[in-house]
Design a protein around this ligand. Structure first.
Ligand code: BEZ
Ligand code: MG
Length: 577
């Protein structure tokens, strides 16, 4: 180590310091929940300022408002946030300067109102006519955040009364979800993907392919995507639109303005090959987006029939190859849309992991396929396929996959908050690993910030761990809830463990730091044991399991200490019983 450090050139050292600086900012700027939502309670002041900062950082054309950071950047004659090129020291300094002014203005806004904030910004050369629209919007939001009709709405629902509907999304994406306590309405599946969703999906898809190419030197020939229902409601089909972009097709609207067909984007326009995609849709997606399931299947079959060279159309290349090798019909070789059997939901991979009920890791991938190998679409005779078991077709499609991917579109729930991300994206990645005989590259998007980011799974696990699990702001926020808070910390570790089980994507340091923060620290251990000894026991048990299964290379004295504490807790439980 020492020798290699000495040989670092000045410029290499600068580059690494800059990279570190950027990573720190990324963690610092990440919006995290600092406690659980308490039903019926209005949001607290600090939550509000962070939330408003995120809301104000996007253009809000529906309110005629420009993003506040852009207004400030323009006033400072800095490049707009969205127009930034490669990050360098100057850009980072500009970003910090802009953020400081924005935060100060928002604080003034919350304390003294719009006029005070607007005049403060005038002092920074931001014109009143430019900043007024965003503050008008923020005023409305703050008023709505200050009221809460959740309990009232629930009791009305229990009496069987009418509950006003509202859109389902997170607040940053769509502030018109406020007030809360309404009935979430779905969207017309024929509107998916919306024009906006299709437009927004292009840079994300490009970033995804660019990232894969940077990591692997070429485009992926086949990818597996996870599509969820609620996410596609919230974004009006951004995940769907990304799949269409990968295939290189655009949606077409009929005379009733329904998306019922697609047309190929010309290869000259696309400027890259069409990527083969395997789409696993959740049971909820299948139920809510039946026309979209048909659209996706239609898109794959259309692309498979285009008369294009193999090296520019991987769908066609794969379908033709399979037809030759298996002497099968195009109908069978072009099956790409899979879900559960009709009436079934979920992969059960999460339950198997949580209950430690597997010995060989391929069992997890096999379970995923068993649950998800039901094909949906339409064959060439025009008959619909509604959940036909197609295990060998899925196995074959999985065997070609080089990268797996899921679109993340909410600030509220991340990949270690719930077990559904690892059951789906982890489950399919494990299924690929044993069929393709290589672990796929695993990516997630992050469309929460202005510039669409693509991260590997490992990077995302690290970021979530630093921003949440190991962040005192996060865990102290949880611990304020007592018993439930300890359970949340334990949940985070278990969900992180799920990424070891399905994708071996968790660094040793993550488990070491969790042990150090929550167990080896006497004070903290005492707090956890007092608040919720059962979750404390499960957390330590999970750490020992991570070690036992080879996911965590821990020091022996740490393991001994964990075993002692588990023994202690068990004695305590026996004493109670
Ligand atoms: C869905 O919206 O499709 C979904 C939600 C939670 C877990 C899995 C899928
Ligand atoms: Mg490891």
């Amino acid at each position: 180590m020492a020798a290699s450090q000495e040989t670092l050139s000045q410029s290499e050292r600068d580059r690494r310091v800059l990279e570190l600086h950027e990573k720190l900012l990324e963690i610092e700027e990440r919006l995290i929940p600092t406690g659980l939502h308490v039903f019926g309670r209005v949001s607290q002041a600090q939550e509000k300022i962070d939330m408003l900062r995120m809301i104000a950082s996007f253009d809000r054309p529906e309110a005629g408002a420009q993003a506040l950071p852009d207004l400030v950047a323009e006033a400072f004659k800095f490049p707009r946030v969205s127009a930034r090129g490669a990050v360098n020291e100057e850009i980072l300094a500009q970003r910090q300067a802009v953020n400081a002014v924005v935060s100060e203005a928002l604080r003034t806004f919350l304390e003294k109102g719009s006029d005070a904030a607007i005049s403060q910004l005038q002092g920074e050369n931001v014109g009143e006519e430019d900043s007024r629209p965003i503050f008008n919007l923020l005023e409305k939001i703050v008023a709505q955040l200050g009221t809460n009709q959740e309990i009232d709405a629930l009791s009305r629902a229990l009496r069987g009364e009418y509950i006003q509907p509202g859109p389902g999304a997170d607040i940053v994406q769509n502030p018109s979800i406020l007030p809360t306590g309404r009935n979430t309405h779905a969207i017309n599946p024929y509107s998916v993907p919306s024009v906006t969703a299709f437009t927004r999906a292009e840079p994300v898809t490009t970033a995804l392919l660019t990232r894969y190419r940077a990591d692997h030197g070429r485009f992926p020939r086949a990818m597996a995507l996870v599509l969820w229902g609620l996410d596609n409601i919230k974004t009006q089909g951004e995940g769907v639109a990304q799949a269409l972009w990968l295939l290189g097709v655009r949606p077409l609207r009929d005379r009733l303005n329904r998306v019922t067909a697609v047309e190929p984007i010309l290869l000259e326009e696309l400027n890259r090959p069409r990527i083969d995609v395997l789409l696993t849709v959740s049971g909820i997606f299948r139920d809510l987006f039946s026309p979209t399931v048909q659209l996706l299947d239609k898109a794959v079959r259309l692309v498979a029939q285009l008369n294009e060279p193999d090296e520019l159309n991987y769908v066609r290349a794969h379908v033709q190859q399979q037809m030759r090798e298996e002497s099968c019909a195009q109908d069978d070789a072009a099956v790409r849309v899979f879900s559960n059997a009709p009436g079934n939901y979920g992969t059960n991979v999460n339950f198997m992991v949580m209950d430690s009920q597997w010995a060989k890791d391929e069992t997890l991938g096999d379970l995923f396929v068993t649950r998800k190998c039901f094909a949906y679409g339409r064959d060439s005779s025009g008959s619909t396929i509604e959940g036909r078991e197609a295990r060998s077709a899925m196995d074959r499609a999985l065997s070609r996959v080089e990268a797996t991917y899921q679109n993340i579109d909410t600030i509220e729930i991340g990949i270690t908050d719930v077990d559904h991300y690892f059951e789906y994206l982890g489950g399919i990645s494990k299924a690929v690993e044993h069929r393709a005989r290589a672990r796929p590259a695993i990516y997630l998007s992050d469309t929460l910030t202005r510039d669409a980011k693509i991260r590997t799974l490992e990077e995302t696990v690290r970021l979530e761990t630093r921003a949440k699990t190991l962040n005192p702001k996060w865990y102290e926020g949880m611990l304020k809830h007592g018993f439930r808070g300890v359970a949340e910390i334990e949940n985070h570790l278990s969900n992180t463990f799920g990424w070891s089980a399905t994708a071996d994507a968790v660094d040793d340091w993550i488990y070491s730091e969790v042990a150090r923060t929550f167990v080896l620290d006497e004070q903290m251990l005492k707090r956890l044991r007092t608040l919720n000894p059962h979750s404390a026991h499960s957390l330590i048990g999970r750490l020992l399991e991570a070690h036992g299964r080879g996911y965590w290379d821990a020091e022996q004295d740490v393991i001994d200490r964990l075993r002692d504490i588990v023994g202690d807790l068990e004695d305590q439980f026996e004493g109670i019983a």
